[in-house]
Design a protein around this ligand. Structure first.
Ligand SMILES: [Zn+2]
Length: 152
């Protein structure tokens, strides 16, 4: 999944659960579960093989996507009386994607390569995601569901 659905899912978990450790674990697990759903992804290419320009565009997409999620959270959480756990959940839920960016700078780091393998094993493969539209719809549905739970 891209970053904003992960942020929303994590925030929903943080809002509904009043135990920091439980939020940590559930938000972390939610990342890998959400990645199992058919979803749209920008930068389907391996980050190590991108040209400079492709990498730059990729970083812009990550930044815009993260900003969208953060703005949505600001808007959604302003009605909530207690939101620190929601912010924590959002952060933890999005976190597993970020070590992958380091591969650009340390393409041979063993722990990063094994992590990438683990992360993409959890990922639904692009060729299995039959239709791009379906993938985009399921991602939007996840976001809508998370927003519904946040506002509940
Ligand atoms: Zn991921």
């Amino acid at each position: 999944m891209v970053i904003s659905p992960h942020l929303l899912i994590g925030a929903a978990i943080g809002l509904k659960i009043n135990n920091l450790w439980a939020v940590f674990i559930l938000a972390l697990v939610s990342h890998f579960l959400a990645d199992k759903l058919p979803h749209w992804e920008y930068g389907s290419e391996d980050i190590k093989d991108m040209t400079k320009k492709e990498f730059f565009v990729f970083i812009l997409q990550v930044a815009a996507d993260s900003l969208l999620g953060i703005l949505l959270l600001f808007w959604l959480l302003q009605e909530q009386s207690f939101w620190p756990y929601a912010i924590f959940g959002a952060f933890i839920s999005a976190l597993p994607d970020f070590p992958l960016l380091l591969l650009r700078f340390f393409p041979r780091a063993k722990w990063l390569l094994s992590y990438q393998k683990f992360h993409s094993a959890n990922h639904l493969k692009q060729k299995n995601a039959r239709k791009k539209t379906l993938s985009l719809l399921s991602e939007l549905a996840v976001m809508a569901l998370a927003i519904f739970f946040i506002r509940l």
